[in-house]
Design a protein around this ligand. Structure first.
Ligand SMILES: [Mn+2]
Length: 339
């Protein structure tokens, strides 16, 4: 097909609809044929418009068909002359928002698209470029899991010393709960350094990620962390943790607490052990920082088993978050709606 470029000035919330429609049409023309892919592209286009309007009032969206090394894809750009994004890294971490913000946000766009590039200068503007490629049909069976995390700062604090990541690639998902020592800006700084590192090294072995974090965080206060990688083909979970972050699994037959080792990443870490567990049908896994009261039993929440992970995570956070710490929780369960 001929290279197509489509540009649109945006400045009104209704422009979302136009961008959504146009991106669907272009995606189909390029060769995207899965309804799900087309919808994710449309969500991305409309979210870029709302993000732009929210932060810069007006600007431009450009959609282009792209080709690279035999691959075809779509590129969507958002250009504005707004105030710029204060903290780009934080803005694009998936799920890095506090309770109450239910918009998709840049984190979701980052997850939905294959490439994400953002150039933001304070007072000059923001240029976001995202790409999505048409993929060969995946023949392997991907085990459907539903992942969701929530985090909120110490009540009254503007910044969160906790954070979480849920990063998918190929047939893997890496999840992590990070707790910067203490709370407030210094804790947030340590956590931000760690997030940045994990985002660049998400596909490394877990013990190497911890070792890398240890070096990266050495000039910070230090963090405690739980890291788990899910192999969605073999249904395996790899886990490692340092410090006071907990992971528990519940299932038909067994209940298990994953062992986290003593230490403070950035200061002192032990020899890292990685544990591997097989995901049995009906399993649910909960990871949480020490801002979550640990004296809970799954039996008090097991009636929620058929609810989405997001619902369970919010519900548990609401019930169990301490009022004197940052608090974070991630819930992983089978995605039954896809079974
Ligand atoms: Mn804490």
């Amino acid at each position: 097909m001929e290279k197509e470029k489509w540009s649109m000035e945006v400045g009104h919330p209704n422009d979302k609809i136009k961008a959504r429609k146009k991106s669907r049409i272009i995606a189909k023309q390029i060769g995207f044929n899965k309804a799900e892919d087309i919808e994710e592209i449309a969500i991305t286009a409309s979210e870029l418009v709302s993000n732009l309007i929210k932060y810069a009032k007006d600007g431009k969206i450009i959609i282009t068909s792209i080709e690279e090394q035999g691959k075809k894809g779509i590129q969507i750009e958002s250009i504005d002359n707004g105030p710029g994004i204060e903290d780009v890294e934080l803005a694009i971490v998936d799920g890095f928002s506090t309770i109450g913000s239910l918009g998709f946000g840049l984190g979701t766009i980052n997850r939905l698209m294959d490439n994400f590039n953002i150039i933001s200068r304070k007072g000059i503007g923001t240029h976001i470029i995202v790409k999505r490629w048409i993929k060969d049909v995946i023949k392997k069976v991907i085990f459907p899991l539903d992942f969701s995390g929530v985090s909120r700062p110490y009540p009254g604090f503007q910044v969160n010393g906790d954070a979480f990541i849920i990063k998918r690639w190929k047939e893997n998902v890496l999840i992590s709960v990070i707790d910067g020592l203490g709370h407030g800006p210094m804790a947030n700084r340590a956590t931000t350094i760690a997030l940045e590192y994990i985002k660049k090294n998400f596909d490394q072995p877990l013990n190497q990620i911890i070792r890398g974090l240890h070096i990266e965080c050495r000039h910070s206060r230090g963090i405690v962390i739980a890291l788990a990688r899910f192999d969605l083909i073999n249904k395996d979970v790899f886990f490692t943790g340092v410090g006071n972050v907990e992971a528990r699994t519940f299932g038909n037959k067994m209940q298990e607490t994953f062992i986290t080792q003593r230490g403070l990443v950035g200061r002192t870490i032990p020899t890292i052990r990685v544990m591997k567990h097989h995901w049995e049908p009906g399993f649910i896994m909960v990871l949480f920082s020490d801002g979550i009261n640990s004296r809970w039993r799954w039996i008090d929440y097991s009636h929620l088993l058929n609810e989405p992970a997001r619902f369970i995570a919010y519900h548990m956070l609401e019930n169990l978050a301490k009022d004197n710490d940052d608090a974070t929780i991630i819930v992983i369960k089978e995605n039954r709606s896809l079974n």
